[in-house]
Design a protein around this ligand. Structure first.
Ligand code: HEC
Length: 125
């Protein structure tokens, strides 16, 4: 009677440890995968493709086109912080947040960085 609870407790402890080990190794596998896909795709590319591409690929209403160095030159001169500000607040025909209402400021910053990288600009803040 006096031994049984200890055995049960020990077994439970080991089961807990094992579960922890399994979940930790699964986490490790997951982060390894995302690091790999991050290396392949820019973190802003998904946001760009979802929210910005419709105007910035065709150049609708004077939107600077993706990868168009000439169109981006005067924009780059303003500096990244101003461009990010225009993105969040909007600018003329450019709607606030590019109409991506669910996007965080960080998502938008990544999308801007993605666009800047396409014209070979530095994205250091
Ligand atoms: C409805 C069309 C539309 C969408 C959607 C859109 N843009 Fe724009 N964007 C524009 C237009 C038009 C301009 C040019 C505005 C001007 O200079 O008058 C512009 C300009 C910009 C600029 C330059 C701002 C500046 O200060 O010169 C940035 C950066 C930008 N867009 C980023 C984005 C990002 C990031 C997204 C997606 C999250 C996005 N845009 C979605 C139309 C759009």
């Amino acid at each position: 009677m006096g031994v049984k609870p200890t055995v049960v407790q020990t077994t439970a402890w080991w089961a807990g440890k094992l579960l922890l080990l399994v979940s930790v190794s699964m986490l490790g596998a997951c982060s390894g995968e995302s690091a790999e896909s991050l290396a392949n795709a820019h973190p802003g590319q998904a946001t760009y493709n979802a929210a910005c591409i419709s105007c910035h690929n065709p150049g609708i209403s004077g939107a600077p086109r993706l990868g168009d160095v000439d169109a981006w030159q005067p924009r780059l001169a303003k500096g990244r912080a101003v461009l990010l500000d225009s993105t969040i607040r909007g600018l003329n025909a450019m709607p606030p947040k590019g109409m991506c209402w669910q996007c965080s400021d960080e998502d938008l910053a990544h999308a801007v960085d993605f666009m800047l990288e396409q014209v070979g600009a530095s994205t250091t803040p």
